[in-house]
Design a binder for this molecule. Structure first.
Ligand SMILES: [Zn+2]
Length: 387
């Protein structure tokens, strides 16, 4: 199991404010299909879908469908084991379990809470949705920059169950922020962004512990106001221009993962999410990325120059929410789609491209060794519809 998962698992269940399932162990063990799996009968068996994945099971369709429906309803482990090992039910259960499509958690876990509809969704990221929800409930996240990107991210973090946030910003809400920063309203103009965001987020979750750090960050030591045991530090600020380097300099020795997103004119990116223990390195990521920029990618480069004064709410929300999707998935499961990887979207062409970093070769990463170096890959654009 990867280090981030272990790290996150340490705190799982520390302070869940969702319905406790501590009694689950004492109850009868029940196995069933993950909530996100759907089943369709075909001529020669069944076809099962989960998200964009599908699985074909060949055999007598009627018998398989009965077995699938019983699995969907849930079957006790004892009853399952009573069936012959080669029965359709047992065979299907083994196959589905091997790919993580079988779950054993309480179907109504979290009932009556704001995240009750999310627990089933989390089965897209792994079999143990309850543990993943507990990780979210107990996660500690820093958001550096509570502007366009940070406010959308913070909103989704809290929506997903995160209850410990550190918000870092020195700026105040301006009238022209209100086209994209929806944690603030007209009456908040002039207020500190951290205070305005904290107030709005507490309306979502009264139990939220939100810590404000009202300062501009120009050097790594200025981040010492943050706890060293954060599960994730999101960099959602665009000044100073080397803010990601500064944040990584603080985060790497403390083992704190970071993630990044930014929005430009007609374009934006989310990722990478870098985990210090996995040989990731911001310096190496940037060096390689800039060395490989060609054609439209080079033209679209906007994060090293002056930040654009122009903004468009929908573009901002989309890119920030895509970062939030990956950040929440990482906090829940230790995995995500932008580990050491960046996704870039260009709205006019409706195209997305991505860039993968290599392992650290500069020696800055503590676990960087020659044998870990893997060939990087850079990919050309593909139409968004195909993803
Ligand atoms: Zn490096």
């Amino acid at each position: 199991m990867s280090r981030p998962t272990e790290r996150l698992a340490d705190r799982a269940g520390a302070d869940a404010d969702i319905g406790s399932s501590a009694a689950t162990g004492a109850r009868e063990r029940v196995v069933r299909l993950a909530e996100t799996v759907t089943v369709t009968r075909t001529e020669d068996g069944l076809r099962l879908f989960r998200g964009v994945d599908s699985l074909r099971i060949k055999g007598p369709a009627d018998a398989l469908l009965v077995a699938a429906n019983q699995l969907r309803a849930g079957i006790s482990w004892v009853e399952l084991m009573d069936r012959p090992s080669r029965s359709p039910m047992r065979q299907m259960e083994r196959r589905l379990r091997s790919i993580g499509w079988i779950v054993e958690h309480d179907r109504d876990h979290g009932a009556g809470t704001s995240t009750e509809r999310q627990v089933g969704y989390l089965t897209l990221f792994g079999a143990d949705a309850v543990t993943m929800q507990r990780r979210l409930d107990s996660a500690r996240v820093g958001v550096l920059g509570v502007g366009a990107v940070g406010s959308v991210l913070a909103q989704h973090l809290v929506g997903s169950g995160v209850r410990r946030l550190w918000l870092v910003d020195h700026d105040r809400v301006a009238l022209n922020n209100l086209n994209r920063q929806f944690l603030a309203g007209r009456s908040d103009v002039g207020g500190a962004k951290t205070a305005v965001a904290a107030r709005a987020l507490r309306r979502l979750a009264p139990s939220l512990q939100v810590h404000r750090v009202d300062r501009q960050i120009r050097a790594a030591e200025e981040l010492d106001a943050l706890p060293a045991n954060l599960d994730l530090l999101a960099i959602a600020a665009d000044t100073p221009w080397d803010i990601v380097s500064i944040a990584w300099e603080w985060a790497r020795p403390r083992g704190v993962p970071i993630c990044v997103a930014a929005v430009g004119l007609g374009t934006g990116y989310w990722g990478p999410l870098l985990v210090p223990g996995l040989g990731h390195c911001w310096g190496c990521f940037e060096r390689l990325r800039q060395a490989e920029l060609t054609g439209p990618d080079a033209l679209a480069e906007f994060d090293q120059g002056e930040a654009t004064p122009y903004s468009f709410g929908p573009a901002n929300t989309v890119v920030s929410a895509l970062l939030a999707h990956e950040a929440v998935r990482y906090l829940a499961s230790g995995e995500c789609g932008v580990l050491n990887e960046r996704r870039i979207i260009r709205f006019a062409e409706n195209r997305m491209s991505y860039f993968s970093g290599s392992h650290c070769t500069c020696g800055a990463s503590q676990d960087s060794v020659a044998s870990m170096a893997s060939p990087h890959t850079s990919h050309t654009s593909a139409p968004l519809e195909d993803r």
